[in-house]
Design a protein around this ligand. Sequence first.
Ligand code: MN
Ligand code: MG
Length: 633
Amino acid sequence: MTSHDPSLKPSPQAQTPTVRATLRLLATTDLHANLLPYDYYADKGDQPYGLARTATLIRAARAEAENVMLFDNGDALQGTPLSDITAQTGSGWTGAHPVITAMNHLGYDAAGLGNHEFNFGLGWLMQALTAARFPVTCANILTGPEAPGRPLLPPYLMLSRQIADSHGRRHPLTLGVLGLVPTQITVWDTYHLAGQLTAQDMVQTARRLVPQMRREGADLILMLAHTGIDAGPDHPGMENAALPLAALPGVNAIIAGHSHQVFPEDGGVRQAGVDPEAGTLSGTPAVMAGFRGSHLGVLDLNLVRQHGKWQVQSHRAEARAVASARSHAPVPPDPALGAALRVAHDATLALISRPVGHSAAPLHTYLAMAECSAAVRVVTRAQRVALRRALAGTVHEGLPILSASPPFKTGGRGGPQHFTDIPAGPLSLRHAADLCGFPNTLCGLRLSGADLRDWLERAAVCFRQITPGGTDQMLCDPDIPGHVFDLIDGLSYRIDLSVPPRYTAAGMLADPDARRIRDLCHDGRPVKDGAMFVLATNSYRASGAGPYRAWPATTLVYQGRTIMRDLVVDHLQSTGTVQGPSAPIWRFTPMPGTSVLLDTGPGVRQAPGALDHVDITDLGQTDCGFARLRLAL
Ligand code: MN
Ligand code: MG
């Protein structure tokens, strides 16, 4: 080497060296209180998901990297008997909410809220959060009936950490974390929240706060956004607003959720603003980690620090599955988390084994999208009995009482195990929780015959249009969950699948000439448009979610306080025995020479008598593990 070798000259970079570091953000979302791999409804310990399995991925992801932070994005505190039975007043449980215990154990850095955090009211939520050893943020929920109230929780967090660079030297970094939840909470949980909270638009809120967070010293900004990806046009109050949020200037990364999807996903569809290969939404690094602990979001931000400012130079986004699609074998659960949850788990097993009645017939939802399900009718009867009692002595007493409910578990995104399957015999609290898993309350609506017909048209959006004479057409629209499919107990009717759906999944009129509901009768006589009824339904449905209408307060004749599961328990205890099948409420209009395909749980093969019908053929297993059935219409 000579003294002229240019490499020996001090470069400007060497005088002010560029610091490089990688910040790894880990994310869970929509855990819905799935912790241990235990199915409390089926009383089996083989669930292929749950935070105990995700914890094994968390441990591995932490070991791979230097600077790691862990976040949860909401819908964590509700969803299984651990949360919905054990962590409730009166259960006898005096410990912390088991989900908070698990999150403390795993050392979360921060969490956001989801819509389901509000299901048991504000008092319950704030009590549960008192045990959290990590901060919780929510920017767009204010206390009080009208804006501007105080924020319910810190609108954002400034998390200051010492970040190790590529040479092991430490540098300060402040990560601003902003929590957001859909404004729809005040509608969906209006009974708990009316007059107590105001929800502000997520995008408007973030647009206002992001520059403020920068001014207050945030080097980088992460959104903990409990919201999914909707490629449709932006609009105020948008429920799934991850794309417009990620597009806001100054946002470095977004952790999305709520819609229970996986992002980025192998073979995921590229669409406007959504790039599954780059792992970006609106060009911003993004992850969405499925639900129930099915995935761990891993977002590596490759940073440079120049002149004291951190910048994201490149990134890598990944959603790691606890069970790979190829092997189907999930990673083992983390034994340390299992030990931390032992007491809560045992308490839950004791609580849900309380006897509540008896069933003379199996109660399952394997065929609930194809024929009238006895499992759904336990719920509709419980609702009808409770509403009749509630309306006794009121001006509404003389009206016919009908009752609407969907099957709550019909596979779909929940997978091949996501069905209610209760054998004939003794019933315990776990079975009532299985029949009615959502913490809704009873509502009574005063509706006309025309309203009921319209209600059923909205329920029937679940089905695809079927070509008469065609064979092996998929029956259900895969984008619409089965829990949209209400039946109305007290009526009888047919559903004509040769007609297209009258409504879209969002309840917009799709085809004004389309009418799928035929032969609608009450007590054997056609239902007149102007005839009046009272319909028992649940509070979520009455709020108008999905394809359903939101009903004005003048329609509401009763709003109950007891959650639906407890009404089912009351009903089972006073009935003693659930009897076997009665006359079906609904059928498909016969279409000779036509067949459809239904993907259901493989457990249908063990359900006594379920497949004995001459019109059902078992075609074997699909790649996703569903049992595919051919049904003659
Ligand atoms: Mn959720
Ligand atoms: Mg949600």
